[in-house]
Design a protein around this ligand. Structure first.
Ligand code: ADP
Length: 503
């Protein structure tokens, strides 16, 4: 097993990987930018290496700076988390060349699945159902027009190297086509440095259903069932759950088998996710492969009883999967809510700033993967995710109620968050009935406003208690308060009488 791993990421996912390493007896190296000097991942790792100024290209996307930090610290492996360099084939190749294990698929598999058009072609070659559309990116308007003639409106313009919902535009008529293609190309160039775009049939009100995969280096590939991620804003997930109410066992088996076949065809190793759209007639279509640990991985962990990050590390180290497909079964129901520093009243506009007070919910079946504390400055340079609240219970309805209660117990003051909005999604009768689709938010919660004003009084009381510094405020009871770290937590490793103590 590796003795030391560098985590090329920040925030909640860096902490998640640190926790897995600790339990496995592996030392951790954090990396950080100027904006993250006071971050929890820096304090919690065994050592930390400074990368550079806050802009991602000068820090978390700086391949050579990260490899140099790994070399200097003697790390044998790098965990990329999600985002930043996680799906960067060049980074994976540079790790391979430097003799450092990349905890993810190899650079060839990454290059194959990282491009949407290339992975559509692979899926088609093994007869996997695809969303009808182009099989190659194009620059010719004539080719776009011809594609529309065969697939029919509405269509979706998508970036070949896309991610995070960027560069996607719905087109419902020929007069919109030209400008949508140009806009998408421009956005793709600035977001991914690649302006290849293509067209897909736009599926109306689908569900997003994806399958978690683990594949080792000995030819074993299993799926760990589905996650439903239909609750989205700007084509990006904000709430995920498993199992999906839309699948019966037959459909689940067919989709799971298809997902495994795609990963086998690409010689994929490590953890990955195969995404599908499920239309209203329950036909499924391959969407893309996400070649990394997903933000929403905890719901699978809770329902399968498998630690996916530890499995990633074991696979990268050459170990065999410890289970076969028939050993895996779903138990109970899990829901995850992504807590973003965003304002749902203003079209989810990111709202960075200082968190005055953070208070996390706790209780049976509640997990909070968080990267924040009271007093932290949320930077505008990075993805505005603050934490993930995950609940498990024996069935969907109990999990739904548990999540609403946990959200009501979750306080983050000083910046806008998605907490109140998510509670209203869960409380909606259509959500309770399981009638979810990717346009749920636009259809059921347009122009959302927070309900009632009684929470304001609690907020005022909490701010007053935070400012007075009282440790015994009644307003704080019932949940964990995340204080800014004391010197005892930030000093790092120190020595007494020759023995080493980690704080
Ligand atoms: P990204 O890689 O940017 O996340 P995806 O291809 O994974 O893009 O799609 C993200 C979301 O966009 C999907 O979950 C779905 O809501 C929507 N979407 C993508 N393709 C289609 C399509 N052909 N029809 C309808 N919705 C789509």
């Amino acid at each position: 097993m590796f003795k030391k791993i560098l985590i090329a990421n920040r925030g909640e996912i860096a902490l998640r990987v640190i926790r897995a390493c600790r339990e496995m007896g592996i030392a951790t190296v954090a990396v950080y930018s100027e904006a993250d000097r006071g971050s929890r991942h820096v304090q919690q790792a065994d050592e930390a290496r400074f990368l550079g100024p806050p802009p991602p290209l000068e820090s978390y996307l700086n391949i050579e700076a990260i490899l140099s930090a790994a070399g200097k610290s003697g790390a044998e492996a790098i965990h990329p988390g999600y985002g930043f360099l996680a799906e960067n084939a060049l980074f994976a190749r540079r790790c391979e060349e430097s003799g450092i294990a990349f905890i993810g698929p190899d650079s060839k598999a990454l290059a194959l699945v990282g491009d949407k058009v290339a992975s559509r072609r692979t899926a088609a070659s093994i007869q996997v159902p695809l969303v009808p559309g182009m099989m190659a990116a194009s620059r010719s308007m004539r080719e776009f027009e011809e594609a529309v003639e065969s697939i029919g409106y509405p269509v979706l313009v998508k970036a070949s190297g896309g991610g995070g919902g960027k560069g996607m535009h719905i087109v419902r008529s020929t007069k919109e086509l030209h400008s949508a293609v140009e806009t998408s190309r421009r956005e793709a160039r600035s977001a991914f440095g690649d302006d290849s775009v293509y067209l897909e049939k736009y599926i109306e009100r689908p569900r997003h259903v994806e399958f978690q995969i683990l594949a080792d280096h000995h030819g074993n590939v299993v799926h760990l069932f589905e996650r439903e991620c239909s609750i989205q804003r700007r084509y990006q997930k904000i709430l995920e759950e498993t199992p999906s109410v839309a699948l019966d066992n037959d459909l689940r088996r067919r989709m799971g088998r298809t997902a495994v076949a795609i990963m086998k065809a690409t010689h994929y190793t490590n953890a990955g996710t195969v995404e599908f759209l499920l239309d209203q007639d329950r036909n499924f279509y391959f969407l893309e492969v996400n070649a990394r640990i997903q933000v929403e991985h905890p719901v699978t962990e809770l329902v399968l009883g498998v630690d996916l990050v530890k499995q990633q590390i074991r696979i990268a180290c050459g170990e065999k999967l410890p289970f076969r497909q028939e050993d895996l079964a779903q138990r109970g129901h899990a829901i995850e809510c992504r807590i973003y520093a965003e304002n749902p009243e203003q079209d989810f506009l990111p709202g960075p700033g200082r968190i005055i007070l953070a208070r996390e919910p706790e209780g049976p079946g509640i997990r909070c993967d968080s990267g924040i504390y009271s007093g932290i400055e949320v930077s505008s340079f990075y993805d505005p995710i603050l934490s993930k609240l995950i609940v498990w219970s024996e069935d969907r309805e109990t999990a739904r109620r548990r999540m609403i209660a946990a959200l009501n117990d979750y306080t983050i003051l000083g910046i806008p968050t998605t907490i109140g909005f998510l509670a209203d999604v869960l409380d909606h009768p259509e959500f309770a009935a399981g009638r979810t689709h990717t346009h749920f938010i636009n259809q059921h919660l347009p122009n959302w406003k927070p309900r009632g004003s009684d929470s304001v009084l609690l907020d005022i009381a909490l701010v007053a208690s935070a400012l007075s510094g009282s440790k015994h405020s009644g307003a704080r009871q019932g949940a964990r308060q995340l204080e800014s770290p004391t010197p005892w937590q930030t000093t790092g490793k120190w020595e007494i009488g020759g023995s080493r103590h980690g704080l």
